[in-house]
Design a protein around this ligand. Structure first.
Ligand SMILES: NC(=O)c1ccc[n+]([C@@H]2O[C@H](COP(=O)([O-])OP(=O)(O)OC[C@H]3O[C@@H](n4cnc5c(N)ncnc54)[C@H](OP(=O)(O)O)[C@@H]3O)[C@@H](O)[C@H]2O)c1
Length: 265
């Protein structure tokens, strides 16, 4: 009975992970959400192998409480942790923004949201993972967190988010090195570009839409194989394949949903 924890499970990729994993009745899926009352898509699935637990991923105490609930249910073990919750403030701010306060606030917010959250979550579930059979932790990052993609596309956009995801990639490498002797497999996994609008809480503002269009044109220009965003289901399916195939000797890598560091979209 493999057990999975997925953070950020109310919508988007997190929801798609939970849907696919819970389709196999052998799996137990712990879906971590910020607020159970907004987890309507999860509730609608109505599967008895999904356990919905509340925790804000920027809150270490809340994650420890969620881990205690998982532990009670599994007898102290966990096989897979998918640190998916995160996101971008999409402010359109670049490194040369003239307001130091704006840069600092945006960097700190993105760090808490995309980097420190994964550390809190990993540490909360680590004692359970140590008792698990697979010891696999996937942190959902972004191609924007890679030097190659940034330099190849010449994109200065998504400044704080990119810096925070780059830091997340290093977090993964550090855990991989420290826990390799115990058989852990860590992975920084980019999901490609997935259109999550069908489960979004509100329609995008014009400013956000303009940024999405800018990113899309950049992607179409620089990635010849890119034909447009994929569905969250397709991205989750491809990412799960990578997670399941990943081996301890490859631990710490930063790869895309294609399972390599050559093709990002
Ligand atoms: N979609 C893409 O194309 C894409 C591309 C590159 C990387 N990513 C990464 O993939 C991950 C998922 O993205 P997505 O597109 O699926 O995003 P999304 O549709 O905006 O969903 C984000 C999920 O994370 C949850 N969440 C956000 N902050 C949280 C917090 N502090 N505590 C607990 N849960 C929190 C949200 O819960 P609420 O409902 O409570 O807000 C929601 O369930 C993110 O790490 C993102 O950076 C996505």
């Amino acid at each position: 009975m493999p057990s999975y924890v997925v953070t950020g499970a109310t919508r988007g990729l997190g929801l798609a992970f939970v849907k696919q994993l819970s389709a196999d009745s052998q799996n137990t899926v712990f879906a971590i959400v910020r607020n159970k009352s907004t987890a309507t898509h999860l509730t609608a699935l109505s599967r008895n192998n999904i356990v919905v637990l509340e925790a804000d991923v920027t809150d270490a105490k809340a994650l420890n409480l969620a881990a205690a609930e998982v532990s009670e249910s599994t007898g102290g073990t966990l096989d897979y942790l998918i640190n998916n919750a995160g996101g971008s403030t999409m402010l359109g701010l670049t490194a040369t923004d003239p307001t130091p306060e704006a840069i600092e606030e945006d960097l700190l917010q993105n760090f808490k949201w995309n980097t420190i959250s994964a550390v809190h979550s990993t540490n909360a579930f680590l004692p359970l993972l140590k008792e698990g059979t697979t010891k696999k932790v996937a942190c959902i990052t972004s191609g924007f967190g890679g030097l190659d993609v940034t330099l190849q596309t010449g994109s200065a956009a998504q400044f704080s988010y990119s810096v925070a995801k780059a830091a997340l990639n290093m977090v993964v490498a550090k855990y991989a090195v420290e826990l390799k002797p115990e058989g852990f497999v860590f992975l920084a996994l980019s999901p490609g570009m997935a259109d999550t609008s069908s489960t979004a809480v509100s329609p995008m503002s014009d400013k956000m839409m303009a940024q999405v269009h800018e990113i899309m044109s950049m992607a179409l220009k620089h990635f010849p194989d890119f034909k447009g965003p994929i569905t969250p289901e397709e991205s989750a399916r491809m990412q799960l394949e990578v997670i399941h195939q990943w081996k301890v000797e490859d631990s710490g890598a930063f790869v895309s949903h294609f399972g390599n560091n050559k093709r990002w979209l």
